[in-house]
Design a protein around this ligand. Structure first.
Ligand SMILES: C[S@@+](CC[C@H](N)C(=O)[O-])C[C@H]1O[C@@H](n2cnc3c(N)ncnc32)[C@H](O)[C@@H]1O
Length: 273
């Protein structure tokens, strides 16, 4: 798939590279927010649901269990191949969240689980969600909460702030904690075709259970895209300092023979205006 712009190309190459590792590394975290997302979005049987930036298709699988009719879209061909292999009964198509390959007013719900911060123009993705929604449709998405209310993110954030060289020529993308402010989020949604007064904005915290203190660092290094790009451009000394700082942070959450990390995200749902 042809991608315009340095950030989109960087993201696209990155997701193509990690697609086969994503499920084993991240699903234990990102899936945990889906019950809240589909509950707040009031998904019910018979509805048509578009799962944008679907990855391996977790949202699609969850709404299908409710009797809804999902369709997944992701710009990574390798992710789409993983989704089709895992869920052969669900329709998955390759496409960009900023130019959805669907007609206007096609879906009852559009859901995006941890996709918007990977898109070079998240506002365009919101406007596209609005375009493909039916008139009474709802748009729901998750974004990571910032370090001050997200202990797991704080561990990684603090380690990077303390030890990383940030001037390594990574293409600029949206903020890591996109739409972290309720009012800012509402304003963007009002400008992209939604009824701000209908917005629900809930901060939801889950427990991510990790088998080792090095899991989080290795996940970021080996199976992520933006942080992986930053880590790949560090000197060996800086990389080691980041690894040690993250491991120390994780060790504070030891419980029995695992590490239980609180991870928080904002779950946002809004109706088309
Ligand atoms: C963090 S993963 C989320 C996957 C899945 N939704 C989940 O719940 O775990 C981000 C996904 O966004 C996709 N993505 C990033 N930018 C995209 C874009 N512009 N259009 C469509 N998909 C995109 C990536 O290929 C990747 O599968």
């Amino acid at each position: 798939m042809m991608m315009e712009g340095a950030f989109s190309r960087f993201e696209h190459e990155g997701w193509e590279r990690v697609a086969d590792k994503y499920d084993s590394v991240w699903s234990s975290l990102t899936r945990q927010f889906i019950p809240c997302l589909i509950n707040d979005a009031k998904v019910s049987a018979g509805m048509s649901v578009l799962d944008v930036a679907c990855g391996p298709g977790y949202v699609s699988a969850a709404v299908k269990k409710l009797g809804a009719v999902p369709k997944g879209v992701d710009f990574s061909g390798n992710m789409i191949a993983v989704a089709r292999a895992m869920l052969p009964d669900i329709s998955f198509v390759q496409g960009d969240a900023q130019h959805l390959p669907f007609e206007d007013a096609s879906f009852d719900r559009v859901l995006v689980n941890f996709g918007l911060l990977h898109v070079s123009d998240p506002e365009k993705a919101c406007a596209e969600a609005s375009r493909v929604l039916k008139s009474s449709g709802r748009f729901g998405f998750t974004v990571w909460a910032g370090p001050e209310e997200n202990p797991g993110a704080k561990i990684v954030n603090d380690a990077i702030e303390a030890h990383a060289d940030l001037n390594v020529g990574l293409p600029e993308g949206p903020p890591h904690y996109l739409y972290g402010e309720r009012q800012e989020c509402r304003t963007v949604l009002e400008q992209t075709g939604f009824d701000g007064s209908s917005m629900s904005y809930e901060t939801h915290t889950v427990e991510w259970r990790l088998p080792t203190a090095s899991y989080f660092f290795e996940a970021e290094r080996d199976a992520a895209v933006r942080t992986a790009g930053l880590l790949a451009r560090q000197s060996p000394e800086r990389l080691e300092a980041i690894r040690t700082a993250i491991e120390k942070g994780i060790e504070q959450y030891a419980k029995g023979n695992e590490f239980v990390i609180p991870m928080a995200a904002h779950v946002v749902v809004v109706s088309k205006s």
